[in-house]
Design a protein around this ligand. Structure first.
Ligand code: IPE
Ligand code: IPE
Ligand code: MG
Length: 238
């Protein structure tokens, strides 16, 4: 199928999985897999935007990932710091808007500071909208949303009878961001692992055995071809 004939999903969400297995296959430490995985994120941002994707959301660190060995968590946090640092430059160059999904209060102060600076510095950019989910869990997001909503009810800024799906969406981390059209999960796992449960009610799911550091533009196009097959079959393109 020719690229130009394809309908490009507006919002692609990715559960980037398989960094550890990729490294193991190469007899390298898991953290090497994470380093290469973060490079793959940078590449896919450019590729996705070039083909016309407007929103890209990547799951980088879940609320459950804190249970991993401290050494691995520390290495991922270090990578994150570097990523936030370089994003300041690349976002400017690529006109990219970066937002972080997840509970920022659970991250170290220096990381939260970097996140706030990056979100502020890129908020008027009109290129790719990149969402990075860090310390993110869907159930945690819903609980935080309900807490914030309850406070507003207590303050009388909203009435219980006026709560609907749109109101609820305004309390989620994804406020203002359209729902994903296509979800990709790499490494052969076929579960959501607590990712965007509310937002993916109608998302098409694509699973591939490719391990995340090997995921490239060719693999992205395969996912988009699959998406086109699904949407054609059921006529579900809105
Ligand atoms: C995904 O790769 C990255 C994160 C969850 C941070 P994994 O680290 O889960 O890699 P596998 O699943 O062990 O191969
Ligand atoms: C999901 O991958 C979370 C991220 C990609 C950040 P995991 O590898 O942590 O998921 P499980 O534990 O296998 O479900
Ligand atoms: Mg994994």
């Amino acid at each position: 199928m020719q690229e130009q004939e394809l309908i490009i999903p507006n919002h692609v969400a990715i559960i980037l999985d398989g960094n550890g297995r990729w490294a193991k296959k190469k007899n390298m430490p898991r953290n090497y897999g994470h380093t290469q995985g973060s490079k793959a994120v940078e590449r896919i941002c450019e590729d996705a935007y070039k083909i016309g994707v407007k929103y890209l959301t990547v799951y980088a660190f879940s609320t459950e990932n804190w249970k991993r060995p401290k050494e691995e968590v520390d290495a991922i946090m270090k990578l994150l710091r570097n990523y936030l640092q370089t994003s300041m430059k690349t976002a400017k160059k690529n006109n990219m808007r970066v937002r972080i999904l997840g509970d920022k209060s659970g991250l170290s102060e220096d990381i939260t500071k970097k996140i706030n600076e990056l979100e502020e510095a890129t908020k008027n950019n009109t290129g790719l909208n990149l969402q990075v989910a860090i310390n993110y869990g869907s159930r945690d997001e819903i609980v935080r949303a309900i807490k914030a909503l309850s406070l507003d009810i207590k303050k009388n800024t909203i009435e219980i009878n006026n709560i609907d799906e749109t109101v609820m969406e305004n309390y989620m981390d994804t406020k203002g961001i359209p729902d994903p059209d296509l979800l990709i999960r790499t490494s052969g796992e076929k579960r959501l692992s607590n990712f965007l449960l509310w937002q993916m009610a109608y998302t098409e799911f694509y699973f591939t055995d490719v391990l995340w550091p090997d995921f490239d533009k060719k693999e992205l196009m395969k996912a988009i071809e699959y998406y086109n097959g699904r949407t054609r079959k059921f006529g579900a393109i809105y």
